[in-house]
Structure formats: C-alpha cells, structure tokens
Design a protein around this ligand. Sequence first.
Ligand SMILES: [Zn+2]
Length: 433
Amino acid sequence: MNAGNWRKVWLVAAVVFLVGCGGGQEDSSSADTDANKLLVIGIDSADWRLLKPMMEEGRLPVISKFMTESAHGRMKTFFPLEKSPLLWASICTGVQPEVHGVSHFVKGSDQKPLTGSAWFAPALWDILGAANRSTSLVGMWTTFPARPINGVMVSDYVPYGSDRGKPLAGLCYPDSLADMVVSHRITPEEITDEQLSLFIPAEQLAMAKEKFPKEVDKLAGVLAADLTYLAINRELAKGDSFDLFFFYLRGPDMISHYFYKYMDPEKGYFQHKEGDLDAFGDVVKNYYDWSDEVTGEVLSWFPADRQTVILSDHGFYGPRKSSERGAAEHSEWGIFLVRSDMYEAGTSFNHLELLDICPTFLALMGLPPAKDMPGYILDAGLTVEGHKIVSGMEEHRVDSYMPLRPAEGPAGERDEGVDEEIRKQLRSLGYIN
Ligand SMILES: [Zn+2]
C-alpha cells in the first residue's frame, strides 16, 4: 500500500471514530443512527422575495408549516453571480470552485458538457462513504457518468437521449438500477393537458398551444424532467435506507428563466404579444405551488422528526434591464431552512454563506468539518445542546478530507446527440452561446 492509501485509511479510521463521538451519541442504537440522518431538499433558485408574498396570500402551505418547525433565513451565494453547477458543487464539497473543479457547463471550443470526472474535491457522499454512511443523490448537476459511491447516484442525464434504444452507460450507479431509472422516464410528449393546466389556465391552453407552441414545449420539458426525478426518488426512498437523502428539484430555476418576464410585464423588458400574459402570467407562481406540493410529498416519505434542510443555491431577480440572461438573472440571496434538534424551531436568522452549508450538513450528520473548508457551521438559532455540539465540532475539525477525493470517474459513454440536446437547452436558458 502506498503512502497516499495509508493516509486515506488513517483518515477513514479518524472519521469513523469521530462519528462515534460526534453529536453526543455514545451508543449506536438505531434511534441514534436515525438522529444523524439528513434529508436535503434543494429547490434551485428559490428566493424569499417570491416565496414570502406568496405565503402572505395563503399559498405554499408546506414550506409555511416547515418554517414553524425550522430555523430559517437567507443564504448568501457567491458574487459575482454564478451558475448552478458551480454553486451546488460548492454546497456539496464546502470549498471554492478553484478547489472542487466544477466551474463551467461545457469545456473546449467544441463545447463538450463537463463530466462527473471534473469533481476534484471530495463531496458529502465521499466523506460519508468513508464513515460507512450511505447517500442517495439523484439528478445533481455534473454527475454523468455516475461515480461509484456508498449508496446510489442517478446522474443528471436521465431526461436526455430518450430516443436512444438503450440507456447510456454510466446513467446511474449501481448500473443494475438503470432499468428502474429509465422505466420512470417521462417525456415532454407524455405531459397531458390536465398537467399543463396546473400552470396555464385551462381556458387559455388551446390558444397557448396554437400561438406559443415553443413556450408550452419548454414548460412540458421542464415538468417532464422534474416528474421523472420525482418518481425515481420516490422509488429510492422506500425503506428509508440512506443516511443522506438528497432530493434536488431543478425545474423552478428553468421555469424562472423562461417565464419570469410574463409575471412582471410592466418592467417592459420584453416585447409581449397578445395573449401571452393570459397564458403565462402565473406559470412561475403556479410552478412554486407545485414545488411546494412536491416538497410535502418528499417530507412524507420520512419520519416527521427527520433532520431536514430546505435550501436553494441562489435567488432569482428576473429579467435585467441590460437584457443579460443566464446567471445575470440570479440573485445573491437564496433560502436556507433547517429542522433539527440542534436548532430552535420557528426562529429566523439573518443569513449564512454558501460555504457554511457543507460544514452545517456535516455537523447535522455528526461529522466535523475540515480545517480547509472556509465556512462555519451555522451558529444562529442553536438550542443549548446544539450549541455544545457545534462548538465541539468546530474545535475538533479534521485537517482535511482531501485524501478522500474521488479517483477519476468512469469514462462513461458519449453520445453526440445527447451532448447537442444539452447544449441546446443551455443556450435556451442563456447559459452558453
Ligand atoms: Zn438559473
């Protein structure tokens, strides 16, 4: 065994030891193990500036109730404003993009989509795996081809290549789940009028389809992908067998890029056509209503006292005067809500920083952060017991989890058709040219 491997073995032993004494638990009964489990619900681009007024109208009942059970506040994302893959990778690794390596959507002059091999820093699932704890991660950015982890990884490529005869190699890990994953795939063509009229008023639907077919297709595409991943997650949640269950909903960000302009027409940043406001004026808010219902379903898969974080990677401004698109439409303030015995239910805090999220996740799961993670465990809204745990964890940070960094991922299969589908979507969102 070489020196690097020895170092890794030592670190794993240290992590296992720390899990044993972290979180103040002295035995390993199943109740204690459950106490260190974590459910994460990531809602891409959720912003209090949209959610709060909706709650005041009596909408978003699930998130409203969750606020009374959690400590909650704003999440300050990176500035200059950035793209989601980079932000989620920093959320999951606790380090800056220069360190984790996931900094773009595509690379090279031929715009090849970045693969899962770009991750250079260990992510939550690598750290947990070393401590013999498991993760379910579905649909996260830059996870194709899926890497071997202790648990399940379903890549972000499931919605693409549905016209291929068989699934791409590397679509998920373990490979044996590929049939299950593909069996839950819903294509945009399968989205029914009934489903569309959750977002577009039923009486406007025929007109919308005739006059604005591309806009309706965008909505159907986003919904189909979210429904696909929802169904896969529903399957994986059965039996509650993972220590970290990471649910990620990408649709709200895409819907915001496509439809925010119709919500705020008086800003006058676009040329609107007769009928478009009637059809699409409420799509964004209706999509948040639907996301709230989805959040309720995901919560219902687990015990009511499961430690849970609901968060976003950035907020959303909507169209800019400069007419810049993509990340320019993101805002600096995302959301963060944590339900755990470590935090006082119903308290609000001002904000935490994006790089505080990973140390906070680790602490919730009974693991100390590393000294080379720049962020801090959220220290607002703590209970007395929570305060003890957090100060103990901050004092006993491990030097670094970097020795757990993943080996280069599997090469996976490249399909030029799939790559082009992805580029087309990124262009429509204003992320690449
Ligand atoms: Zn976005």
